[in-house]
Design a binder for this molecule. Structure first.
Ligand code: SF4
Length: 300
């Protein structure tokens, strides 16, 4: 019998997965990036990337990592790009009018935060230890989804931190309830860059916002660990168990190393390059922060 994946189904319904073919290339224009290990050159916010074609497709899409754009390869708009392009601005072309372009780029930033919140709320709604919260979680999800359908002016006027505050409290409480059955491991925002955690028992660990860049997590047990906002760039997850981990994102997986043995939360997909074996050099290259990547970390 096929495994039930209610959060995957809900995320599909809400359009939380990027569909670049339905987007007007917004992230390739709106966001800045700095020359680093993640990007081959500098680009200002609002400046179209030279690799963006006239049909809004990326001319180097198949070779992003090899061409020095791994930051693009791991970026996840949570479906905000196509929502702003197709729904909020009803297919208006940002190239036709600089003022419209600016509003679309500003709306992208708001929409991405709302879609990211929807991503976490769909996860929380699958957690049976937090079923007492499912009512308010569902209301938070419905309210947030309604906001994503606002017109441009309402969207741009939205106080996102104020909207997120109550929802973030629900997500935090969900995490506490799910992790309650495990030994307390408070590693929130811990500096674990390059840490040797091979085979570690991290079940139920609070790793919210932890810095796990380049950490050796081979064979680690991360079941029920809260990974919201954890920076796992180049972390080695080969053979690790992330099944049941909380609030993991596809972007986190794309930024890490893994293999065919790594166990994933059911709603996430195994990055294609994991199946092909580890990439030469990945995990050893210098890791430098960039504007785009830092945008991947939630506010709390
Ligand atoms: S390199 Fe990155 S920013 Fe430039 S067009 Fe391709 S995906 Fe977009």
């Amino acid at each position: 019998m096929a495994q039930q994946q209610p959060d995957r189904d809900e995320r599909a319904r809400l359009g939380l997965r990027p569909d670049c073919g339905s987007c007007l290339g917004l992230c390739c224009v709106a966001l800045p990036f700095a020359a680093s290990a993640d990007f081959a050159f500098d680009k200002r916010a609002g400046e179209p990337c030279p690799n963006l074609r006239a049909d809004f497709r990326c001319s180097i899409h198949r070779d992003l990592r090899q061409r020095g754009f791994s930051g693009c390869a791991v970026f996840d708009c949570f479906g905000a790009g196509q929502k702003v392009s197709r729904v909020t601005f009803a297919d208006q072309d940002w190239r036709a009018d600089p003022r419209t372009a600016g509003r679309m780029f500003d709306a992208l930033a708001v929409m991405r935060q709302l879609h990211e919140l929807l991503w976490y709320l769909t996860d929380a709604l699958t957690r049976q230890p937090a079923r007492e919260l499912h009512g308010p979680l569902r209301r938070a999800l419905d309210d947030t989804e309604r906001l994503t359908r606002s017109g441009p002016e309402d969207l741009l006027a939205l106080d996102v931190p104020a909207h997120r505050e109550a929802a973030d409290a629900l997500l935090l409480r969900t995490s506490e309830l799910v992790r309650a059955g495990y030994p307390r491991r408070d590693l929130r925002r811990a500096d674990l860059v390059g840490a040797r955690l091979k085979g570690a028992d991290l079940r139920g660990a609070d790793l919210r916002g932890a810095y796990l860049i380049g950490a050796d997590l081979r064979g680690a047990d991360l079941r029920a660990a809260d990974l919201i906002g954890a920076d796992v760039r180049d972390a080695d997850l080969r053979g690790a168990d992330l099944s049941g981990s909380l609030f993991a994102t596809q972007s986190q997986l794309e930024a890490a190393r893994g293999d065919v043995v790594t166990r994933l939360p059911p709603a996430l997909s195994r990055p294609a390059r994991w199946s092909a074996g580890s990439e030469p050099g990945l995990g050893r290259r210098a890791v430098r922060p960039s504007g785009r990547r830092s945008a991947d970390r939630p506010t709390r």
